[in-house]
Structure formats: C-alpha cells, structure tokens
Write a protein that binds this ligand. Structure first.
Ligand code: MN
Length: 356
C-alpha cells in the first residue's frame, strides 16, 4: 500500500508537497474544484462545511481542465518527489445537467469526456467523483473530537429543499429563478448514473483512466428532499453492476462506510478489495467516526468505532497495492490546524502500514 495526501485546490503548492513528503507520503490526490470560492461560511478553513447556502460557487463553466494544466500539475508534483495518484471530483459547473438531467446534459457529458481524455493525456490514472444531488451537506460542526478538536458530524437529516441554481452543495447559477429543485425518485437518479457511466466509461477505457466513485457522505437514504445512491455497502455493488468495466471502480471511503446502518464494515472491506473477482478499489479514504447516520461525529483516526489495524490488515491480506489517504481530520488546536491534523493521521497510518 502507498501513503498519499489529498490537497484542496488552494493548497496545491510546493510547500504542501514538501509537507506531504515530510509526512512520509509518496502520492498526492489533487482537488481541482475550489469548494471555498466565495462561500459565505467557508473562510478557507480547510474543511468545507457551509450552511444551507452550500460551500461556495462552482467554477467557470467554459473553462474545462486542459491537458496542459494537468501535465503542469503532474510535473510539479513529480518535481517534489511525489506521484499524482488521482484528481478528485468534477466541478458542478461542468456537469450539473448530468446530475440534474437538464437541457445541457449532452454538452455536459461531452465536457466530462473531454476532461477524461485530458487526464489520460497527462498520464493521471484515476478520477474520483461523487454522483449526488445534495452532495456533502447537512452536517454540523463543533468541538466534537478528542480534546474538543473541531470536527463535523450529523444530527438528524436536513430535508431543506435544494434551491434552484445549486447542486452538489455548490452554486452554479447565482441568477437562478426562485424555487427549489424538483424531487426525483431513487430509480430516476440511478438511471442518471447509468446514463453517465454508459456515456463516459468507453472514453475512460480508451484513455486509460479509472473512474472511482465516492459513496454518499453523509450516507443517508435521502438528504435535502432528494434520494441518494450509495448509502449502504451493498449499493456499491449496484453501481459496479450498472456497467461493468475495469475502469468502473471505487473511491473507498472507510468513514462513510462506517456511518452506514447496514452491513459489516470489515466484510465490505474484504469483499471489495479481494482481487478475484473484485479488486475494485481505486484508492482509499481513511477516516474514523463515532456513531452512524443520522447521528455521528467524525473523530481522530485512532479514536472512533473503526478498528484501523483490522481494516489495513484486511487490505494487506487481499494484496491491495493502491493509495491510502487520510480523509478529513479534526482541526488541531494550534496555528496550523489542518496540517497538524493531517500530520497526526499520516504518522498513525504510516506506522500501521509498516506493521499491520
Ligand atoms: Mn471520503
């Protein structure tokens, strides 16, 4: 297994690459979406929460990721002695009508295809994505973790409808008319995911890029009046079965899986990481948590319900050789709350990787 660090867009700097190396990382996962862009409730505190107005504004709909900028990013990471393992998440500005089944769906599928080709040209092997209407929303923030460290959690399901012009917890159209996004059925949302996979997987196969699906975070059956897709471990299999392909794989989020109300986390880790017939994990998000949906708190990696020694032991037994990155961590009480939290998590994970 390889150790990596996920960096938000504004953190893709030489200094943070050195930080990753200093923590023992060999890989980086880069976020190209700026979740914090003009968000009212998000002062680049390195863990977007936002209120019902979402994280921030989506990017420029006409500015797709170019092969040149992706190559430049890969080269910067390489120059720092690291490998770029994946790009994580599409910008809602580029594919909102794929999620919403709106009038620009064909053009937005073309956007995704073009960016997959560009990622492939740059030699980046994986794109992580999350097919969700509400996105990572409905969470609360507070001094929930050990030593009153600021963390996030869930206290009941937020069913406030999503305003028009917003999807995936970001605003893509500030001038949208008043009103809310019409509720859809679970079947209709699964069909949208199927349409997406059928359209883009052939391109991913040709480009040599694996599409890695993050489960719903938080994994509630519904949120903000809309259904969610992967909110139990078994629903990952449903996603894989929609269109089987070596390029249809998982961004395997241990924290989100631990928050799910059905199944057994360790059995899920074993099932999806088994080489034959699965081997479906593109990379792993490692995070710990107390509780389950709809009442849970994110914790330090060594302090929740999940036995991390056991999780990493199963991955090792099954020959998983991909990248493991810490997911979110609680903010530590110092002048660099995010970095201290990550350094703590990385040191802990690195010790387990060398011994588990
Ligand atoms: Mn995650």
């Amino acid at each position: 297994m390889k150790l990596g660090l996920g960096l938000y867009r504004h953190m893709l700097t030489a200094e943070n690459y050195r930080f990753a190396r200093q923590c023992g990382c060999t890989h980086v996962v880069a976020h190209l979406v700026d979740y914090f862009n003009q968000g009212e409730d998000n002062e680049r505190e390195n863990q977007p929460t936002g209120g019902r107005g979402g994280w921030g504004r989506a990017g420029d709909p006409s500015r797709l990721w170019t092969a040149e900028e992706l190559v430049a990013l890969k080269e910067q990471v390489k120059a720092a002695g690291l490998e770029l393992a994946a790009v994580e998440n599409f910008d809602p500005a580029h594919w909102y009508d794929v999620l919403l089944d709106g009038p620009n769906k064909e053009a937005h599928l073309q956007n995704i295809k073009n960016m997959i080709r560009n990622v492939g040209r740059a030699g980046i092997p994986v794109i992580g994505y999350n097919f969700s209407l509400a996105g990572v929303a409905g969470r609360i923030k507070g001094p929930f973790a050990r030593g009153s460290a600021i963390s996030v959690g869930m206290e009941g399901v937020d069913e406030t409808p999503i305003p028009k012009g917003m999807v995936w917890n970001m605003v893509y159209d500030q001038d949208a008319p008043p009103g809310t996004v019409e509720p859809v059925t679970s079947e209709a949302l699964w069909q949208r995911l199927k349409d997406f996979l059928e359209a883009v997987l052939p391109v991913a196969e040709e480009a040599g890029v694996t599409l890695a699906a993050h489960p719903d975070d938080p994994p509630a059956p519904g949120l903000r009046g809309q259904p969610r897709l992967v909110y139990q471990p078994r629903l990952y299999q449903k996603l894989l079965d929609l269109r089987p392909s070596p390029r249809n794989a998982l961004e395997f989020c241990i924290g989100s899986l631990a928050e799910m109300t059905e199944g057994n986390l360790y059995e899920a880790v074993d099932y999806y990481s088994r080489r034959d017939p699965q081997g479906k994990i593109a990379y792993v998000h490692l995070r710990n948590v107390h509780g389950k949906v709809p009442h849970y708190r994110e914790t330090f990696v060594d302090d929740g319900d999940v036995d991390m020694v056991r999780v990493l032991g199963i991955l090792k037994k099954n020959g998983f050789e991909g990248v493991v990155i810490p997911d979110h961590t609680p903010q530590m009480a110092c002048s660099a709350p995010w970095h201290a939290g990550m350094a703590y998590a990385l040191g802990y994970i690195r010790a387990l990787l060398t011994t588990a």
